[in-house]
Ligand binder design. Structure first.
Ligand SMILES: CC(C)(COP(=O)(O)OP(=O)(O)OC[C@H]1O[C@@H](n2cnc3c(N)ncnc32)[C@H](O)[C@@H]1OP(=O)(O)O)[C@@H](O)C(=O)NCCC(=O)NCCS
Length: 376
């Protein structure tokens, strides 16, 4: 006897929560594309896809606007709920940047001095990190260029990172009036040593992809510069020597005329992401050939450790970041946003500390003291 007599509903339900209203094609926007799953020998696999979520704002280094944040949430939600999607790739448009965080023009011109508004924005930002960490398909960060500030935070929320060797990694918050606690203070100490996490988080130094590979932040680095028909490694970075004069130099920037020549070469040579895409597809193909349920259970098990501190801190951080939009962020983001008017992209930090040392109140007069002045 079979079980054909059991009443069953065999229509297919649609679990996708949002439509395409938060995606676009014209910058600034988030682009959502379903690309066919492709085998290593280039064969497209019927009915299976990879969801590509692309930050598309290249003129502003793929910084995310409020609308783009909604697009990212919608993208990860769709990839998560679409049964034909095998994996998610998170990337940016062009060759310069994966993402340099929140849009500093919006931060300066709209959100600064409007803390409540920024609190609502932060709810979306937290939703974006949660959407990445909750996606029921493994997430690969395809680091097509610099991954800085909030870009670093959403990049670290991904499960694996494969990077162009021209990319740089770092934070900008403490320079521009924010604290990198939209994920970086939670994630960096898991990836790097505590000392490295501390310095990378606060110093605002930018570290090369090779250095970050050596320090375990990312899985793989591939060259993207093409000289004739050959790929060459980023000539600005030391990649052929590990130790010099007793110091580890692998992944550090060259200096002097060697750096100058290398910069010129980087400008001149074409960039080709063939190896980057091959490496990303290789990982996706590995995922495709695993039990989906066992795979995502393991992924979520690792993510749980990343989420541990993120979940504990995200609400308190949201409230602090909101309040800070009327204080240091007002100064920092306006300084960055007006650099073409004043010739300076940061405040006068020493003057600011002197005002604090004199117990001066936070007033518009004192803010004017430390911001640059219009040049003409
Ligand atoms: C990433 C960074 C270190 C790169 O420095 P750089 O190579 O010297 O490049 P620039 O600062 O000249 O940036 C290039 C352009 O992108 C814009 N840009 C860079 N990051 C941006 C952002 N997050 N939002 C909006 N515009 C941004 C710059 O204003 C500049 O525009 P312009 O060409 O009209 O002057 C620097 O741009 C930076 O610190 N960006 C801000 C990061 C930040 O504070 N993010 C918000 C906190 S999450």
């Amino acid at each position: 006897m079979t079980l054909e007599w059991l009443p069953r509903d065999n229509s297919h339900k649609d679990h996708i929560l949002m439509g395409s209203e938060h995606w676009g094609t014209e910058a600034p926007c988030t682009v959502y594309e379903k690309k066919p799953l492709v085998s290593p020998d280039g064969k497209e696999i019927d009915g299976l896809y990879v969801a590509w979520i692309r930050l598309n704002n290249p003129k502003q280094y793929n910084s995310y606007t409020t609308e783009m944040v909604k697009g990212v949430i919608a993208g990860f939600s769709a990839a998560s709920q679409d049964r034909s999607v095998v994996a998610t790739v998170f990337t940016g448009t062009g060759t310069d940047a994966f993402c340099t965080g929140g849009n500093t023009k919006e931060y300066a011109e709209y959100y600064s001095a409007r803390p409540h508004e920024y609190g609502e924005y932060m709810d979306l930002f937290n939703g974006m990190v949660d959407a990445i960490l909750n996606c029921k398909k493994p997430v690969i960060c395809r680091v097509n260029g610099m991954r800085v500030a909030g870009g670093q935070e959403i990049g670290m929320a991904c499960d694996l990172a494969i990077s162009s060797d021209l990319a740089i990694f770092g934070q900008a918050g403490a320079r521009h009036g924010s604290s990198p606690d939209g994920g970086s203070t939670d994630f960096l100490p898991w990836f790097l040593s505590m000392e490295d996490a501390m310095w990378n988080c606060v110093s605002c130094e930018m570290w090369s992809a090779y250095k970050m590979k050596a320090k375990n932040l990312i899985s793989k680095v591939v060259p993207v510069l093409k000289q004739g028909d050959k790929f060459i490694r980023n000539p600005q970075i030391i990649t052929d020597t590990y130790v010099m004069d007793g110091e580890i130099v692998y992944g550090e920037y060259k200096s002097g005329s060697a750096l100058k020549e290398a910069r010129a070469l980087v400008k001149e040579l074409p960039k080709d992401f063939e190896l980057l895409d091959k490496a990303v597809n290789g990982v996706v193909w590995t995922f495709a050939n695993l039990f989906p349920g066992c795979l995502i259970k393991a992924v979520d098990g690792i993510r749980a450790k990343k989420k541990f501190f993120w979940d504990q801190s995200k609400l308190a951080n949201r409230h602090w970041l909101m309040a800070n939009m009327g204080y240091e962020a007002l100064l920092g983001f306006n300084a960055f946003n007006t650099k073409k008017i004043t010739g300076k992209d940061v405040i006068d930090f020493i003057k600011w500390r002197q005002l604090i040392a004199a117990a001066e109140p936070a007033s518009m007069e004192n803010f004017a003291e430390v911001l640059g002045k219009p040049q003409s």
